[in-house]
Design a binder for this molecule. Structure first.
Ligand code: C2E
Ligand code: MG
Ligand code: MG
Length: 739
């Protein structure tokens, strides 16, 4: 029962429509008004012509008397049509202004209306005022309609589309009432002359179509119209002088009732149909809006995403480029926050961060670029104070965990001003400086700010870094390295330098370490510090390592071919090599191709590579060991987890980091530590090697405490193959292989 009541309520329209549905229904009614008014206009013109045709020879003013009704209908249809066309042509309310042609139509119909009024009063001279009011009701309604339209033109022409649609509904109602009134009046007149009630039928259909509102409203309007008409029609029918009067009366009543019900049903069904369309349309519109929002908004934090940021930044730089600065904000240690408090808490944290940044840089383009990275385009004034404020607020979100904020910045104009100073060219005009701001692609600007920010990593006392022209050069060098690694490998710019490793007892040569050098036609001699971190960052390091390993194997092969005994060479491996290529098969392949004895290759893996839990690395190391390569642990003691590494992995040689020798003379403790590490290595069944030996005292001490091998500038810097062969040939280095 409850369901049934609910359904009836729904069908009769006793529900609340959404704003969209109301707007849709109002607009469709106005659209219908276009067709309906065109039909009424054509019909009334035809009626006027017919009237003249049937009554030739009348004076114009006499025609005018008979025309009044047609002219009222014609004028109201013209007003209704004018409004509907205006509404549909200018769907965008912002563009809608007063329409001159609309005002002219309004004024002309008003003049016609006034003339009709004057004539009407003149013809009915001496009539009681109340009767006049009753007889002139349609003229009054027409006046209201025209005035309402003119008021709209003069005062509300630029209201919103929604309000204009409501206004249109109001005009429609007046138009429909005029139509209905005429329908009823004409048909009552026709019936008294034993004619059909077709005019009523036509007009009631017009009205029903014009006013598709809530069904219950349509039912009420139609019922009032039908009852009103029936009230006048019934006595006339009853008075018919016909033997069949009774029967005709009954049949007419049944037909009348059926028509009433049918029309009610039609208006309900049209309403429901329009409502369904409105709902479908609304869903589409809201889905579109959602998609549009997703395209420009960061889903998690609700601030702009990077695409929107780029657009906003472009328009800011186009309109007011002066003193603007791009910021790249990175939350340091956010990964640990996530690990400790969970993913959801991490998300909430990022939302708070977004809110802080947005509030501090209010009115500026702000976006989340990815993960815990945010970007801002703001004014240069007070920027450092604002960064400080943001940093403090973010750190204070949760003081239970170490979180820091690092910010890199890039100022388009500054870079140009600096380059002006550097190149001492004539100074650039303000206009030119602005042009730079306009030209810089926001993506590149962000990249530069990000680069400046990346230089703050692990610098615990610095939180802000500006991108300068010096950094610009580094930045370009980095880009160059990444873009040219393939070319460098192909053209032979990558070279291998060999650094001798000696026995501590006799200082005889026990091997060499292969160290990469990039001799570039543009940048000259590049050392690993320039290119290794960049290649690792961009995951290109395997290309370099593969090239170094192959060169080493080829060199060993050539030395062997020349009838000499090669010395073992240690190769540096990056942690990423194990991810980016199948290290085992690459090395196996090289060894086979160049007939290299596996004993002549040592694999150096730096300690920091082993901090992450990487199954793949462990498996590959195991395989290399089983294959007969010896594994060396490089830079032992440089990281935080040195002892763990010793526990979890097994190495043949421990290379002690050169930092232990840096304070050899000044700090007695370093000697104690070195001694302990060497003992530890021996106890764990490993050989030890100390790097960075630069003096005889260091070498003597290390030999005394039992470090088997030494490497460092004291014995020789890294050098090209020819040079080391020369030094072997002239007796500087004496080879002593492990037996
Ligand atoms: P590493 O493997 O620890 O290499 C030793 C570094 O210490 C070399 O620097 C070497 O020139 C330097 N060195 C040797 N003796 C002394 C000394 O007595 N005093 C001082 N101050 N320095 C000394 P280099 O050649 O610049 O290499 C730096 C790092 O770059 C290497 O450290 C290694 O981690 C990496 N690397 C070098 N070549 C390659 C390579 O082919 N592949 C990979 N993946 N990494 C490489
Ligand atoms: Mg090394
Ligand atoms: Mg090392």
């Amino acid at each position: 029962m409850k369901k049934l009541i609910g359904w009836v309520r729904q069908e009769l329209g006793f529900h609340r429509n959404s704003n969209y549905e109301t707007q849709y229904l109002n607009e469709t009614n106005i659209r219908t008004a276009v067709y309906m008014s065109i039909v009424v206009i054509s019909l009334e013109i035809w009626m006027l012509i017919r009237y003249v045709d049937k009554r030739p020879g009348l004076k114009f003013i006499e025609y005018f008397d008979g025309w009044t009704n047609y002219l009222i209908l014609l004028s109201s249809a013209v007003i209704s049509l004018t409004f509907a066309i205006r509404f549909r042509l200018k769907e965008n309310a912002v563009e809608r202004t007063k329409s001159i042609s609309g005002i002219i139509v309004g004024i002309l119909t008003l003049i016609l209306d006034i003339l009709m009024f004057i004539r009407f009063v003149y013809v009915r001279k001496g009539m009681k005022f109340s009767d006049l009011f009753d007889e002139a009701k349609y003229l009054i309604m027409l006046t209201v309609l025209i005035c309402a339209y003119l008021i709209f033109e003069f005062f509300f022409a630029s209201v919103s589309h929604r309000k204009a649609a409501i206004y249109g509904q109001f005009l429609n109602v007046i138009f429909a009432l005029i139509c209905l009134g005429f329908g009823i009046e004409t048909s009552v007149y026709d019936v008294s002359r034993e004619r059909q009630i077709l005019c009523f039928v036509t007009m009631v259909i017009y009205a029903a179509c014009l006013l598709i509102w809530k069904p219950y409203v349509s039912i009420i309007i139609l019922s009032v119209a039908f009852t009103y008409f029936y009230k006048d029609w019934k006595p006339i029918m009853k008075a018919y002088d016909s033997p069949y009067a009774e029967k005709i009366m009954e049949a007419n009543q049944i037909n009348f009732l059926t028509f009433w019900i049918a029309l009610t049903m039609v208006s309900i069904s049209i309403y429901q149909q329009r409502l369904a369309e409105a709902k479908k349309d609304e869903n589409l519109v809201s889905a579109n809006a959602r998609l549009k929002k997703l395209a420009v908004e960061d889903e998690l934090t609700g601030i702009s995403n990077i695409y929107q940021f780029v657009q906003d930044a472009e328009s800011v730089m186009m309109t007011s480029p002066g003193s603007r600065i791009y910021l790249f904000i990175n939350i340091e240690n956010f990964k640990n926050y996530n690990d400790q408090f969970g993913y959801l808490a991490g998300n909430n944290f990022l939302k708070k961060v977004a809110r802080i940044i947005k509030k501090t840089f209010d009115g500026c383009p702000v976006a989340r670029q990815a993960y815990d990275h945010f970007v801002v385009l703001t004014k240069t004034e007070d920027v450092e104070a604002k960064i400080k404020e943001v940093r403090e607020l973010i750190i204070n979100i949760n003081t239970d965990i170490y979180i820091d904020v690092k910010v890199g910045s890039y100022t388009p104009h500054k870079e140009m001003s600096e380059s002006t100073i550097l190149t001492s060219e004539s100074s650039h005009s303000e206009k030119e400086l602005k042009a730079v701001g306009k030209l810089i692609d926001p993506r590149i600007a962000i990249d530069r700010a990000r680069f400046a920010c990346s230089l703050l990593k692990h610098k615990y006392d610095k939180h802000y870094m500006e991108y300068t022209s010096k950094l610009d050069m580094d930045f370009h060098k980095r880009q160059y390295i990444v873009n040219n690694i393939d070319n460098a490998v192909e053209k032979g710019y990558i070279q291998v330098y060999y650094q001798p490793v000696v026995w501590s007892e006799s200082h005889t040569l026990c091997g060499c370490e292969a160290l990469a050098r990039w001799v570039d036609p543009k940048y000259g001699f590049l050392s690993p510090a320039d290119f290794i971190p960049v290649l690792e960052e961009y995951r290109q390091i395997h290309k370099l390592d593969k090239c170094i390993w192959e060169t080493v194997c080829r060199d060993i092969h050539n030395v062997t071919e020349s009838g000499k005994h090669p010395v073992p060479v240690s190769l540096n491996f990056s942690r990423l090599d194990f991810e980016l290529m199948d290290t085992v098969s690459v090395l196996e392949d090289l060894v086979t191709r160049y007939h290299v004895n596996k004993k002549d290759l040592h694999i150096e893996i730096t300690e920091s590579a082993l901090t992450d839990d990487m199954g793949i690395l462990q498996k590959s190391m195991q395989k290399l060991k089983e294959d007969g390569f010896s594994l060396w642990l490089d830079d032992f003691g440089s990281g935080y987890s040195s002892l763990n590494v010793l526990k979890d992995y097994s190495f043949d040689v421990l290379k002690i980091d050169m930092k232990f020798l840096s304070s050899f003379d000044s700090n007695e403790k370093s000697k104690i530590i070195l001694n302990m590490i060497i003992d530890l290595a021996t106890n764990l069944g490993m050989y030890s090697l100390t790097e960075g030996v630069e003096t005889q005292e260091e070498a003597d001490f290390l030999a005394r405490v039992g470090c088997g091998r030494l490497q460092g500038y004291y014995f020789g810097k890294p050098m090209p193959l020819e040079q080391i062969i020369e030094k072997i040939n002239d007796g500087t280095y004496v080879i002593k292989r492990l037996v």
